[in-house]
Design a protein around this ligand. Structure first.
Ligand SMILES: *Cc1c(COP(=O)(O)O)cnc(C)c1O
Length: 497
C-alpha cells in the first residue's frame, strides 16, 4: 500500500485555516461598536418618528396592498441596508391594517406598548438572560417570581400559590385547565362524566384549552346570566345538584372577571362559596378585567377573585404592555407543579437549585423561554403604580362618558358599562338594524381615524367600543364621537327610508 496519511500537523493546520475563514464570515453576526451604534440610531430614529407622529396617522388603514412587497425579499436573498429594512417595515407592516399602539384603537380588547417595556425587552434580548430555571438565571427567575407574587397579592391569593408569565391569556388558560384536570385526578375514562360550567360569554380560548387538554368530551353547561351579563349563581347551584343526581361529575367553573363582549364581572365571591361547597375548581378569567382591581372604585366587584383556584391575567391588556405577556396564578402550588412535571438527564444539575423556589420551567410547558419578566418589572420599577391606577381609572370614566354621549346621539345602549366596554346600536333607521349597523361600522373603518368593532348580543349585530389603550384620551373619545356622527350621516344617506 502506498497510502500516506497526512501528517497530524498539516491536518490540524488545514482545520485551523478553515475555522479562521469561517470566523471571518461569521463575525458579521457579532456587530462591532460602531455598527451597533449606527443600527441603533436608525431604529431609534424610526421609533421616534412613529411615536411622535401617532396623532397624524390613522388608527386603521384599509389599503393593504403594500404587504405584498414583503415577498419580494425572501430570506436567503442578498442582504439589505438597514434603512431599506426599516422602510419596508413602515410601508408593509406598520401602515396597513390596525396600528395597535394608536390611541384610536378602541376595538376588541386594546393592547398597549409601554416604551419602558420595549426597552426591557431590548435588554432581555441583548443579555439573553435565561428565565427558565433558577440554577442558571437566578436573578431573571427572581424577577419573574417577584412579578408573579405581586400579581397573586394583587388579586388576593393566599401564600402557597404559584404561577408564571406566558405569551398571553390563551396559553395561561391552557395551564390553568391542565392544572384543574390534574388536581381533580381526571383520566381519559372520566372525561365523559366531567362537567364544565360557564356563561355563554366565556372566552373562546377556554374551549380551545379544554380541547387541547384532551377534555373536550366533558359536558359543557351554559349557565344563564342576569341582566348585567353575570352568571346566575342560583342557576349554577341548581345545575350542579342536578348533574350530581344524574351521576355526572361536576368539575370546573369558568368564571369571567370582565367579559370581552360587555365587560361583565361574574359574582366571584358567591361562585367561590359554591365551588368550596361542591368541591369544584373555580377558574377566573381576568385577562381583560383583572388589573382594574388597582382602582378603588371598582375593586369591590372583584371580591372573591383571590379565592379562585386559578386566575388568568393579561398584562398586555390591563398593564399596557406590548403583546406577548399573559399570566396564570394557581392557588395550590402542587397542582400546577404536578401538571408540568418532567425531567431529563442532561438537566440533572438543575434540580439542586430548585430547592430555593419554583422556576418558570417547572410550572409551564416551556423550557427555553424569553425573559418576559423584565418587560413587566421595568415599567413597574420606573413608573411606580400610581400612573397605572390613574390610567385605568381614566379609561373607566372615558367608557362611561362615551356611553352617555352615544345615548344622547340616539343610539340604543345598555346600562352604563361595568368596566370599559360599551355596546350600542342604531335602531332608529327602520329596515334591518343589523345591516344598518354593519354598514355604519364599515363607514367608520373607511374613515380610519379610530378603530371600532362589533359583536353579537342575543344574536343582534351590536357595535362595541373598548377603552384600554393607554394613549386613549378624552380627545380620542371626542374624535370617535365625531367619526361616528359623520359615519351615521353617510350611512343614513345611503339607507333612506
Ligand atoms: C384577551 C382575552 C383572552 C385571551 O388572551 P390572549 O392574550 O389573547 O391569548 C381570554 N379571556 C379574556 C377575557 C380576554 O380578554
Amino acid at each position: 500500500m502506498n497510502f500516506t496519511p497526512p501528517s497530524e500537523s498539516s491536518g490540524l493546520q488545514q482545520q485551523r485555516a478553515r475555522i479562521r475563514e469561517l470566523e471571518a464570515a461569521s463575525r458579521e453576526l457579532d456587530l462591532g461598536s460602531a455598527r451597533r451604534s449606527s443600527l441603533h440610531a436608525a431604529v431609534h430614529s424610526y421609533a421616534e418618528s412613529v411615536l411622535s407622529g401617532l396623532g397624524d396617522r390613522p388608527a386603521y388603514q384599509a389599503d393593504r396592498s403594500a404587504v405584498a412587497r414583503l415577498r419580494a425579499h425572501p430570506p436567503g436573498g442578498p442582504p439589505l441596508p438597514a434603512q431599506r429594512i426599516i422602510d419596508l417595515l413602515e410601508e408593509s407592516v406598520v401602515r396597513p391594517g390596525l396600528l395597535p399602539s394608536h390611541p384610536g384603537h378602541l376595538a376588541y380588547i386594546p393592547g398597549g406598548g409601554l416604551y419602558a417595556s420595549a426597552l426591557g425587552d431590548y435588554l432581555a434580548a441583548v443579555t439573553n438572560e435565561y428565565a427558565g430555571v433558577r440554577f442558571t438565571g437566578p436573578g431573571a427567575v427572581e424577577i419573574e417570581n417577584i412579578v408573579v407574587d405581586w400579581m397573586a397579592d394583587l388579586v388576593g391569593m393566599p401564600p402557597g400559590n404559584a404561577g408564571t408569565l406566558t405569551s398571553g391569556g390563551s396559553l395561561a388558560s391552557l395551564i390553568a385547565v391542565v392544572s384543574a384536570r390534574e388536581a381533580a385526578g381526571l383520566r381519559a375514562a372520566d372525561y365523559e362524566k366531567a362537567v364544565v360550567y360557564s356563561t355563554e360569554h366565556v372566552h373562546h380560548c377556554l374551549y380551545r384549552a379544554l380541547r387541547i387538554a384532551g377534555t373536550e368530551d366533558a359536558t359543557h353547561r351554559e349557565i344563564p346570566m342576569d341582566q348585567s351579563g353575570r352568571m346566575r349563581t342560583d342557576q349554577l347551584a341548581r345545575q350542579v345538584a342536578q348533574d350530581r343526581t344524574a351521576g355526572l361529575r361536576p368539575w370546573l367553573v369558568l368564571a369571567t372577571a370582565g367579559t370581552v363582549d360587555i365587560g361583565a364581572v361574574d359574582p366571584l365571591d358567591e361562585l367561590a362559596d359554591i365551588a368550596a361547597q361542591e368541591d369544584l375548581w373555580l377558574h377566573a378569567d381576568a385577562a381583560y378585567g383583572g388589573f382594574f382591581t388597582l382602582v378603588d372604585s371598582v375593586r369591590p366587584m372583584f371580591r372573591g377573585l383571590g379565592r379562585a383556584d386559578s386566575v388568568v391575567l393579561d398584562p398586555h391588556k390591563g398593564l399596557f404592555l406590548p403583546y406577548g405577556t399573559g399570566a396564570v396564578l394557581v392557588r395550590d402550588r402542587a397542582a400546577i407543579t404536578r401538571a408540568h412535571r418532567s425531567g431529563g438527564a442532561y438537566l440533572q444539575d438543575v434540580a439542586i437549585a430548585e430547592q430555593t423556589g419554583p422556576s418558570p420551567a417547572a410550572v409551564s410547558p416551556e423550557l427555553s423561554r424569553h425573559f418576559r419578566g423584565l418587560r413587566l418589572w421595568m415599567p413597574l420599577m420606573l413608573h411606580g403604580l400610581d400612573p397605572f391606577r390613574a390610567c385605568l381609572e381614566e379609561k373607566l370614566h372615558l367608557a362611561r362618558y362615551f356611553h352617555t354621549r352615544v345615548s344622547e346621539m340616539g343610539f340604543e345602549t345598555g346600562p352604563p358599562p361595568q368596566l370599559s366596554v360599551v355596546t350600542y346600536r342604531w335602531t332608529a333607521a327602520g329596515g334591518d338594524p343589523d345591516a344598518f349597523n354593519r354598514a355604519l361600522l364599515d363607514e367608520v373603518l373607511r374613515d380610519g381615524r379610530v378603530f371600532l368593532s362589533s359583536t353579537l348580543i342575543e344574536g343582534r349585530f351590536t357595535l362595541r367600543m373598548a377603552v384600554l389603550a393607554f394613549r386613549t384620551r378624552l380627545a380620542t373619545i371626542d374624535l370617535a364621537l365625531d367619526v361616528l356622527a359623520g359615519a351615521l350621516e353617510r350611512t343614513q344617506a345611503r339607507h333612506p327610508h
